[in-house]
Ligand binder design. Structure first.
Ligand code: ADP
Ligand code: MG
Length: 388
């Protein structure tokens, strides 16, 4: 949809024009998976796809939420914004963000009419939820003049996801959506929130995102189990070596203390996290040295660890990644996002892309009965106002 079409859709919904339009992107994580809530490194980039928010004030004491992606319409009194809605209502994401402003002492005295539209597929692991949270946080920060920086906006989005969607996610998705920069990936230390924007210059190579079309179900289930298993490992290790996060341990440290993790599952989860943090550091260094082959190999190792130790892949993601590894001209391929469905990310040489799509697509249908979708990721900017 073009901006003009979005404006017309807003006029059709609310019988007036939008006064402001904002955008915030989805993200694809190149490497560093399930490390964020363990205080480790991640390396995501913002996509050119994301969520648009059109808004204008109204004269009611209500915020009206509509989306062009989902039919359900919500109309909430200003006094109702701090209580989550039941039944996984989509409006919980923007409401959760507004509730965070209120929690920080900001008063909302004015009603608004809001319309969303997103072109990130929802539930595909490209973080349509973070895009929606961050675009809402960015918009209210601008409209209310609250002056939060982008890192604070990411924290607001993360808190909304915890408190209103019940997903105990790390900071990566919201951070990438808030801080992304065109043609750069974000090398983020999730413990300190220090980050570097690293140019992603891939001569003759593209970042290809492959969608399993099997939505992940990132609710309070399997994802939150992983968070708890990592906390258990931290607790057990802390008996001999006090740590706050698994990511504090180097591989050598881990080898010394791993015997303290008596829970077999927690042990494997911890082994993934420690290995993944090292792979992420190595991958960023390789990219900076122009060694894309090494970057690709580390991506593939990341998938194997997520499959065997972290157990967040499943038939669909494994089928896509394993089919990709067989194609000449693929430097690496791995699941991206929380897992259990969603997307893979692959580095593919330009000349191999048609074969990649054909072979991976065919093998995927054979193994799963599902049709995959492929697109070439364009790395875009983080949250911004759309200036007409
Ligand atoms: P992901 O973040 O990987 O896309 P999630 O399950 O975390 O998947 O978030 C998807 C949910 O976010 C949707 O089910 C819906 O509730 C909400 N959502 C995202 N984008 C939109 C949108 N444009 N309109 C309405 N709801 C949306
Ligand atoms: Mg999400």
């Amino acid at each position: 949809m073009t901006i003009d079409q979005l404006k017309s859709a807003y006029e059709a919904a609310y019988q007036k024009s939008a006064t402001d339009i904002f955008f915030s992107p989805g993200r694809v994580n190149l490497i560093g998976e399930h490390t964020d809530y363990n205080g480790g490194f991640v390396f995501p980039c913002a996509l050119s796809f994301g969520t648009y928010l059109l808004i204008s004030p109204n004269s009611e004491q209500k915020i009206n939420f509509r989306s062009l992606n989902i039919d359900a319409v919500y109309s909430l009194e200003l006094t109702q914004l701090t209580t989550p809605l039941p039944n996984k209502a989509w409006a919980n994401y923007p409401m959760g963000v507004i509730a965070q402003f209120i929690k920080r002492g900001v008063s909302i005295t004015q009603g608004y009419d809001i319309l969303f539209w997103g072109n990130v597929p929802a539930g595909a692991g490209l973080s349509s939820s973070a895009a929606m949270e961050v675009v809402t946080a960015f918009a209210f920060n601008e409209l209310l003049g609250t002056g939060y920086d982008r890192t604070e906006l990411a924290k607001i989005g993360q808190a909304a996801e915890h408190e209103f969607a019940g997903v105990m996610c790390g900071i990566m998705d919201q951070f990438a959506s808030a801080q992304g920069q065109k043609d750069h990936a974000i090398y983020l230390n999730c413990d300190t929130l220090e980050f570097d924007l690293v140019p992603v210059k891939l001569e003759g190579i593209k970042v290809v995102v492959s969608n399993t079309h099997s939505p992940h179900h990132l609710d309070s289930g399997a994802y939150n189990d992983r968070v708890r298993q990592c906390q258990l490992a931290v607790q057990q290790i802390s008996a001999v070596r006090p740590i706050k996060n698994l990511a504090e341990l180097s591989q050598a440290d881990f080898n010394q203390v791993e015997h303290t993790i008596t829970d077999e599952v927690a042990h494997r989860r911890a082994r993934h996290v420690v290995g993944e943090v090292q792979r992420t550091k190595d991958a960023v260094e390789a990219l900076q040295q122009g060694n894309i082959e090494k970057f690709g190999e580390l991506m593939t190792q990341s998938h194997i660890s997520l499959r065997d130790d972290y157990e967040v892949t499943g038939l669909q993601l494994d089928s896509l990644a394993e089919a990709a590894w067989k194609v000449d001209g693929v430097l690496g391929s791995r699941m991206t996002g929380g897992g259990f469905g969603g997307c893979t990310v692959s580095l593919v040489r330009d000349e191999a892309i048609p074969t990649f799509i054909e072979q991976v697509g065919a093998e995927y249908i054979k193994k799963t009965g599902l049709k995959a979708d492929f697109y070439i990721a364009e790395i875009g900017d983080g949250a911004h106002r759309i200036v007409e």
